[in-house]
Structure formats: C-alpha cells, structure tokens
Ligand binder design. Structure first.
Ligand SMILES: Cc1cc2nc3c(=O)[nH]c(=O)nc-3n(C[C@H](O)[C@H](O)[C@H](O)COP(=O)(O)O)c2cc1C
Length: 166
C-alpha cells in the first residue's frame, strides 16, 4: 500500500469494478461508501435520481480507513453519474470530508456519451483545491480500457511529480 486511497459508491457494480481494477493497478487501499439507503430496483432508481437532482444527502454509514484522510497522498473518488451530477452518496462524503483531502482524483461511471467536465466542476466545490486527474468511463464501451489506462498514466505522472517535490 502506498498512501493512495480509492473510495467509491456503486449502485449496480460498474464503479465498483472500475475502482477495484484501479486500486489493484496502483496498489491502493479500497473503501466502499454507503448511506444505508435502499437504492435497489425501480424505486431505488427514482429515489437516486431525485436525490441527485435535489442534491439531498443522507448521513454516511461509518467507514474505516487505515490512516486519517488528510494523510493520503491521493484520494481517488469513484462515483456513478446521476442526473448529470455525482451520486448523492459521493456528495455526502464530499460535504462531510472534502475539506480534509489534500489531493483528489475522480473516476466517473456514466451511461451516456456526454463529457463530464461539469460534474468534475461541481465536485470541486467541496474541495480546498481542484481535482488533480479525472476520467469518465462507460462500462462496456470500446474506449473503456484505453481511457482507464490513460487515467492511470496521468495519475502516476502526478504522483511522480509529488515525489520530485519531496
Ligand atoms: C438515477 C440515475 C441517473 C443517471 N443519470 C445519468 C446521467 O445523467 N448521465 C449518464 O451518463 N448516466 C446516468 N446514469 C447511468 C449511470 O451513471 C451508469 O449506469 C453507471 O455505470 C452506474 O454505475 P454503478 O453501476 O456503479 O452504479 C444514471 C443512473 C441512475 C441510476
């Protein structure tokens, strides 16, 4: 483990799969976030959409990390895109803890083709510094592996830059 924390919320498993792969590639700690709300099925789909649109958040379930959040070199946050926003679970985490994080990267899982610059921008509002690297992936798409690798390349380059500064 090398001071990198991958945290994610996933409703149907796409973000979970992407974050598991990235955590393995970076030898990072992996932690799942939850707000304990039942988001399964059609009811859960609509609840999630409404929560995202209204920006409502429920308190996060307790989670454990090996170190205090501020002590990680990089925290990579994984979330599905909901209604053109980050998931309300991720918003809850950012609201509660975003100010503590030093360097943050984003991994967004989406169903559509749209770019996610606006979502990154919304998430940055909870941080003391803008995100460092980011990618949006569509599960099963032709470009999935290419963009995942590109994210890894950019993230490793960022981490190397930090080491040079040390
Ligand atoms: C309530 C809801 C709203 C969504 N809104 C969007 C959207 O605005 N844009 C998009 O590209 N995908 C949207 N999606 C699709 C998800 O982002 C996509 O299926 C993603 O891969 C799900 O990740 P997960 O399996 O980790 O939950 C939405 C999904 C849900 C459940």
């Amino acid at each position: 483990m090398n001071d990198i924390l991958c945290m994610y919320f996933s409703r149907t498993g796409n973000t979970k799969a992407a974050m598991e792969e990235l955590a393995a590639a970076l030898d990072a700690e992996l932690v799942e976030l939850s707000d304990g709300v039942d988001r399964s099925g059609t009811k859960g789909f609509f609840r999630s959409g409404m929560d995202a649109m209204r920006r409502t958040v429920a308190p996060l379930q307790p989670f454990e990390t090996k170190k205090p959040l501020a002590n990680y070199k990089l925290v990579i946050l994984g979330t599905p895109v909901w209604a053109g926003r980050c998931s309300s679970v991720t918003r809850g985490f950012l609201k509660e803890k975003g100010y503590l994080l030093t360097n943050v990267s984003y991994v967004l899982l989406r169903g559509g083709n749209g770019k996610c610059e606006e979502v990154y921008h919304q998430m940055d509002k909870y941080l003391s510094q803008p995100h460092r690297t980011a990618v949006s992936l569509r599960a099963g798409s032709v470009g999935y592996r290419f963009w995942q690798e590109e994210f890894l390349r950019q993230t490793r380059a960022f981490l190397e830059g930090l080491e040079i500064q040390d």
